[in-house]
Design a protein. Structure first.
Lengths: 199, 197
């Protein structure tokens, strides 16, 4: 199966800005790290199944940094997706169809069952996401006084996720509370990440 | 007074990489923040005095984060600098002559007497080592992405430059008896600069 997807994802975690885990081996701000990615797939397809306009989220729970692996993960897929779209997206994002999600999935010890839920997602000047009853992400882009967007480029760990630029956005106030994962609030770190991935 | 200095600065601090204060956090990773800025001035003039080749260090402690201000700091000046160069540079670096140092000076209102200290800078592509007499040893190892390009922070809201190379500062230590002793939590940065006012 061949697939490709282009869009942006919002990323928020329990660390302060900038999450040290992005920089290689590191101790997360809390000692542990919990994070959420909310994906806005602007254009995409998987073997003829159109994925354009779909939204999904991935919540992960780490005992330390990325080098210590990921204990738990859950995928949330937009209830607006058709059955075919849902199946295709789940296979890709859980790493079964190659590309960058394969190595990401190989770090995950336990996948919790995928949930279908409502996902609202904005990536513009005031990025935000609401994932059913479990996740609320609100961001304020970090900019200079002249209005230029702060960016982290070529971070050592970003390549593992197939990206090279993080548009930094403070995620204070974001929170996640899925009964099957550790509940967390943002320590401040957040970003908007343009992606163009395939497998 | 008109001045212009150009060169490279190196900045390890007590926070993890990347220092949260540069992106608006009011508190450093330890609850407090200590850091150094080493200025390797390759070219410069201050009111007609040539300051090319001068090496100068500013070290400072803050009770919370640097954006919260109320810092205490000290300038260290290499003994190769002449009295005339020192008289020219001290007001600039102390924030009394405008430009970027005015903002830094406002965050470090308590300035201890300047110390003369031999400053050595062994600069390299993958590692720069700096000693400041018996006050500090600094290590700056630039981070790189998967393609080998330097990791950069662009347009940081509270950075000293618009384009900063992020580095690992692990191993950096400061131990001036009049300042807080600290070791780097991992953060360092370096950037070329050309500042004037």
């Amino acid at each position: 199966m061949a697939w490709q997807m282009t869009g942006q994802w919002l990323e928020a975690c329990s660390c302060k800005m900038i999450c040290p885990c992005n920089m290689g081996p590191a101790e997360p701000t809390q000692g542990w790290c919990s994070a959420a990615l909310a994906l806005d797939i602007e254009r995409g397809n998987a073997d003829g199944v159109d994925l354009s306009g779909l939204k999904a989220a991935l919540a992960i729970e780490l005992p330390g940094d990325f080098f210590g692996g990921i204990d738990k993960a859950r995928l949330y897929i937009d209830e607006a997706a058709s059955s075919d779209q849902r199946q295709a997206l789940e296979a890709i994002l859980t790493g079964k169809q190659g590309g960058v999600w394969g190595p990401v999935a190989s770090m995950i010890k336990e996948w919790l069952p995928t949930q279908t839920t409502s996902i609202q997602l904005e990536t513009g000047d005031r990025p935000s996401a609401t994932i059913g009853q479990v996740g609320q992400v609100t961001m304020e882009r970090v900019k200079t006084e002249a209005g230029q967007q702060a960016k982290l480029v070529n971070a050592p760990v970003a390549a593992a996720f197939g990206t090279d630029t993080i548009e930094l956005a403070r995620a204070d106030g974001s929170r996640w509370s899925d009964p099957d994962q550790r509940s967390w609030e943002s320590g401040g770190y957040g970003g908007v990440i343009p992606f163009s991935l395939s497998g | 007074m008109a001045w212009m200095i150009a060169g490279t600065y190196y900045g390890p601090c007590s926070c993890k990489v990347s220092c949260p204060c540069e992106l608006g956090e009011m508190e450093g990773d330890n609850g407090w923040c200590s850091g150094t800025l080493v200025f390797d001035i390759q070219r410069g003039t201050v009111d007609g005095t040539d300051v090319s080749g001068a090496k100068v260090v500013l070290a400072a402690d803050w009770p919370s984060g640097f954006l919260s201000g109320n810092g205490t700091g000290r300038l260290y000046i290499d003994p190769s600098i002449s009295q005339q160069q020192r008289a020219a540079l001290e007001p600039v670096l102390g924030g009394k002559s405008g430009g970027v140092f005015e903002a830094i000076g406002a965050l470090v209102p308590n300035i201890l007497p300047t110390k003369e200290a031999r400053i050595t800078i062994e600069a390299g592509q993958d590692e720069t080592r700096i000693t400041v007499a018996d006050a500090g040893e600094l290590v700056i190892k630039p981070l790189r992405g998967a393609t080998g390009e330097y990791t950069r922070l662009l347009h940081g809201s509270a950075t000293f430059r618009d384009d900063v190379i992020l580095a690992r500062g692990t191993g950096s230590r400061w131990h001036d008896p009049d300042l807080r002793p600290w070791e780097s939590g991992g953060h360092a940065e370096q950037a070329d600069f050309e500042w004037s006012a």
